[in-house]
Design a protein around this ligand. Structure first.
Ligand code: MN
Ligand code: MN
Length: 460
């Protein structure tokens, strides 16, 4: 009877009961590197820089148009400092298609408005405009760091990073004390904080004269002292508040990683390391795309809908004498983005049978989307089957899953933008708890299996 059960039923097991001891140890040390990456990469620009360091150390060189690309060539290109694509040329003709992983390096955060600085009641504040899907109440009363770039009147670029160093000050959005919050706490969560109320405390000592705007001026003079900038330079800046603090182990057993921005730097890191460590000459060309702007619909020049990604792949094709449309037709893509791990504190939101479990391995998602699969890229079962075969051959711990209950909400990834290019695409990712919060949680075993999955996929 037991044999029949084993042969016929798809029994769900905890990953620790399946993987080898070596894999559990490897997961631990892989996550040390991952946590360092997270601490270096709190914005897409910082993530792009960190990715370039990893690629350069692995022998990749910047792609230059006109380069002849022989099998084994390793090149990368950076899209305006905010996105990266890298390739290793395979032994098969490039026209035979590539194995492409595509993840994103932007994450929800609180951006500054173009005219951010003001004073009120003898304090200085920044006006903000949040980026991506956030539950606003999670972003108040936590330490925030300020990261980004500013351009001065003469065009000189200044990199700003305040709060990452232990001796740095941090910033905060204040909240009303419970004693006076009887009315506030009766409101629905979505309306307790409005976008316009996410004002960040920036200073409180007055400028030493008796003129106007003394609190605002005091902050501006400190910024001028440190960075040489004026208030007008905010107009030509990209500044974001991101959660303070480093990536940490979570739990007595250190089973989890807790950190900001794991959606989707967890898949970005795994896919990137798999490419960086890929075979000297893979059979098929391997490509890793780390895109920007996924959290707001993959729009604009650095988002996955941009022709920049086509240009990169077209350049690869012309460097190897291949036709782009035939290359796309023969390519496959793993759209690597996080999934919603089953959380027993909110059973009402999940179909437990079809939700990924923490420590269950990477999650294959045949489709994403919402309400009747709207806006989904639905992968063909043929591709899912091919991937299942290599994952099982290579001992990749994997599971399937959807994003919560049908009609409860939903979400998309970059998958459909690759699929629209006539590239067979399937979603894969690491299950996350508290997704889009300032402190997202992943299981180390799943983080490691994302890397193993990408490595296995590159052999397709
Ligand atoms: Mn994502
Ligand atoms: Mn997201």
């Amino acid at each position: 009877m037991e044999d029949v059960r084993k042969a016929l039923l798809n029994e769900k097991k905890n990953g620790f009961d399946i993987v080898s001891k070596e894999d559990a140890i490897a997961a631990e040390s892989f996550c040390d590197g991952y946590k360092t990456f997270l601490d270096r990469a709190k914005t897409e620009r910082e993530a792009a820089d960190a990715a370039v360091s990893i690629l350069t150390a692995a022998g990749f060189t910047p792609y230059k148009r006109g380069m002849k690309l022989e099998p084994g060539a390793k090149v990368f290109s950076v899209n305006r400092g905010r996105a990266v694509a890298a390739a290793v040329i395979g032994s098969e003709p490039v026209e035979a298609g590539a194995n492409i992983t595509a993840a994103h390096i932007d994450a929800p955060r609180i951006d500054l408005k173009p005219v951010p600085l003001y004073e009120d009641s003898e304090m200085a504040f920044f006006k903000t405009h949040y980026y991506g899907g956030i539950k606003k109440y999670q972003w108040v009363t936590i330490p925030l760091e300020l990261h980004g770039v500013m351009f001065k009147a003469d065009g000189e670029r200044v990199d700003v990073c305040v709060g990452a160093d232990e001796d740095d000050p941090v910033f905060v959005i204040t909240d009303l004390l419970p004693h006076l919050a009887r009315e506030q706490t009766q409101k629905p969560a979505a309306t307790i904080f409005t976008g316009e109320s996410l004002n960040v405390l920036a200073g409180g000592s007055p400028y030493a004269d008796d003129g106007s705007d003394r609190y605002k001026l005091a902050v501006m003079s400190l910024l001028n002292e440190q960075y040489g900038v004026t208030e007008k330079d905010f107009l030509t800046s990209e500044l974001s508040f991101v959660p303070g603090g480093r990536a940490r182990d979570v739990g007595f057993d250190r089973c989890f990683v807790g950190a900001y921005g794991q959606d989707d730097r967890v898949c970005s890191y795994g896919a990137l390391i798999a490419l960086a460590q890929s075979a000297q000459i893979p059979q098929h060309t391997s490509i890793c795309i780390l895109a920007d702007k996924e959290e707001i619909g993959s729009e604009g020049v650095s988002g996955m809908q941009s022709a920049w990604y086509d240009t990169f792949m077209q350049d690869i094709c012309s460097g190897a004498g291949a036709e782009y449309r035939i290359f796309c037709e023969n390519s496959r893509c793993l759209s690597a983005d996080v999934g919603a791990a089953y959380d027993p504190n909110f059973p009402e939101a999940y179909d437990k049978r079809n939700s990924p479990a923490v420590n269950g391995g990477v999650q294959l998602m045949k489709y994403t989307g919402s309400a009747g699969k709207a806006a989904a890229s639905d992968a063909g079962a043929e591709l899912v089957s091919k991937i299942r075969t290599v994952f099982e051959r290579d001992g990749v711990l994997w599971q399937v899953g959807e994003l919560g209950k049908v009609d409860y909400g939903g979400g998309g990834t970059v998958a459909k933008y690759l699929a629209n290019r006539n590239i067979d695409t399937v979603d894969i990712g690491v299950p996350v708890l508290s997704m889009h919060s300032p402190f997202e949680v992943t299981a180390k075993l799943d983080v490691y299996m994302m890397y193993r999955a990408a490595k296995s996929f590159y052999t397709l």
